[in-house]
Design a protein around this ligand. Structure first.
Ligand SMILES: Cc1cc2nc3c(=O)[nH]c(=O)nc-3n(C[C@H](O)[C@H](O)[C@H](O)COP(=O)(O)OP(=O)(O)OC[C@H]3O[C@@H](n4cnc5c(N)ncnc54)[C@H](O)[C@@H]3O)c2cc1C
Length: 392
């Protein structure tokens, strides 16, 4: 009998398992893959992650982001620079492997190549049924098996269609020959309905992708990806590496609790992904820590303590996601107008860098944009006139 079993050893699972093992609990970590494993992802995470881990991650950081080169449909480039670091670019196979190894080093019993296929909550423990292995038993379970894992979909019944769809590729490139400074990434607006295209430079690869709301993009995501990689200036002459399609399980304002009996969900499994940028690594770590705290409280006193996780999500995390959803409606519904606005007033984007860094919340950024629109409507009108000159 384990104190806790963690299903999935991505950033959420490894972080929760690590934190609980450090507290002295007997922790089991199961993952269907063998690490290091590939994960389709931009791999750009906010500098906010830094204070959340008590070990050094600099060995897997391939670039520290200070600026972004924006384009509209691969044209009209503008560079926006931040004085302070905004994010870190990592390759997910190396980053996730580091987190998994740290968890194992802290005492978590990690079993790789083990797919969880069933959970039975008997009231005083949970039995986990796995592919090709004897069942395991734990007092509590943290489901962290990602966007298409078992615990969110089959056990909690979260809707897989409520997500963004994406296509990504790792494009090999020569970093020394690149004609931009280290610390820059690229974002393209206007070419993906309710989404964007990105190029995040790493040591050997450009992590390239497009993602957009499934209901708006429909079946056209591959064509949109093809058009993006063949038109963006930075990608001219480069060859596509491996390509993958994946879901980004963005938050969609549901009211379904993420705690049920002795099981709770963290990270992508619970759709705990920012609906504007699709930022999920930071939230995987944040919610893993919240989940680990609740499990630890339940192990110390009583299983009811697990519900503190739900209350914490509703108080601390969902309001930010709801504000990000409002920002996303504002910007993605009017991408031409938005682009014309940041061309005229790049400090809007600089201020948004502060949101990514954690200096300001989505809520206050949204309120600030709203108040500018209301108090200076002529600026919006001027940008609207400019936007007529952007490609349709
Ligand atoms: C195209 C794309 C680009 C993205 N870009 C960014 C970005 O640039 N920055 C950012 O912050 N976020 C980004 N995200 C989001 C980010 O990838 C996720 O939010 C993050 O991986 C969540 O971590 P997690 O641990 O919850 O899930 P995952 O990383 O998906 O880990 C889940 C783990 O569970 C395992 N698993 C699955 N099923 C089972 C099972 N049945 N039994 C056992 N194990 C199982 C998997 O093998 C995996 O190791 C992107 C997502 C996509 C799809």
């Amino acid at each position: 009998m384990y104190d806790v079993a963690v299903v999935g050893m991505g950033p959420a699972g490894s972080t929760a398992a690590y934190k609980l093992a450090k507290k002295g609990y007997r922790v089991l970590g199961l993952d269907k893959e063998h690490f290091p494993r590939y994960k389709s992802c931009g791999g750009c995470m906010s500098v906010k992650v830094e204070g959340m881990l008590d070990f050094d991650i600099s060995g897997v950081v391939e670039d520290t982001v200070y600026s972004a080169g924006f384009t509209y449909r691969s044209a009209r480039p503008i560079d926006i620079v931040s004085e302070k670091a905004v994010g870190y670019n990592v390759m997910r196979d190396r980053f996730d492997n580091l987190l998994m190894e740290k968890a194992a080093g802290a005492g978590v019993e990690v079993i790789q190549g083990c797919r969880v296929m069933g959970l039975t909550d008997t009231g005083d423990s949970v039995t986990l049924t796995c592919d090709g292995a004897a069942p395991y038993k734990a007092r509590f379970v943290i489901g962290a098996d990602g966007a298409s894992g078992f615990t969110g979909r089959a056990y909690f019944g979260l809707d897989p269609r409520e997500a963004a769809v994406s296509v990504t590729s790792e494009m090999p490139y020569d970093r020394a020959a690149a004609d931009w400074e280290d610390g820059k990434l690229f974002i393209d607006f206007g070419s993906i309905p309710f989404g964007y295209g990105w190029i995040f430079p790493k040591n050997e690869f450009l992590s390239v992708g497009v993602a957009g709301d499934i209901s708006k993009v429909g079946g056209s995501i591959k064509d949109l990806f093809h058009s993006f990689v063949t038109t963006h200036e930075v990608l001219k002459g480069l060859k596509l590496g491996r390509c993958d399609g994946w879901m980004v399980p963005s938050f969609y304002g549901f009211t379904r609790p993420l705690v049920e009996g002795r099981v709770l969900l963290a990270g992508d499994t619970g759709h705990l992904v920012d609906p504007f940028l699709g930022e999920g690594i930071y939230y995987a770590l944040l919610t893993a820590i919240g989940a680990a705290d609740a499990v630890s409280a339940a192990l110390e006193s009583s299983p009811d303590k697990l519900s503190q996780y739900q209350r914490w999500l509703e108080r601390e995390v969902y309001p930010e996601f709801k504000a990000a959803e409002r920002i996303s409606n504002l910007i993605y519904r009017h991408q031409r107008l938005w682009y014309a606005m940041i061309e005229r007033e790049p400090h809007i984007m600089q201020r948004f860098f502060g949101v990514i860094r954690g200096d300001e919340s989505n809520r206050s950024f949204y309120d600030w944009v709203q108040s500018r629109v209301r108090s200076k409507p002529w600026r919006v009108l001027r940008s609207w006139i400019d936007s007529r000159r952007l490609p349709v």
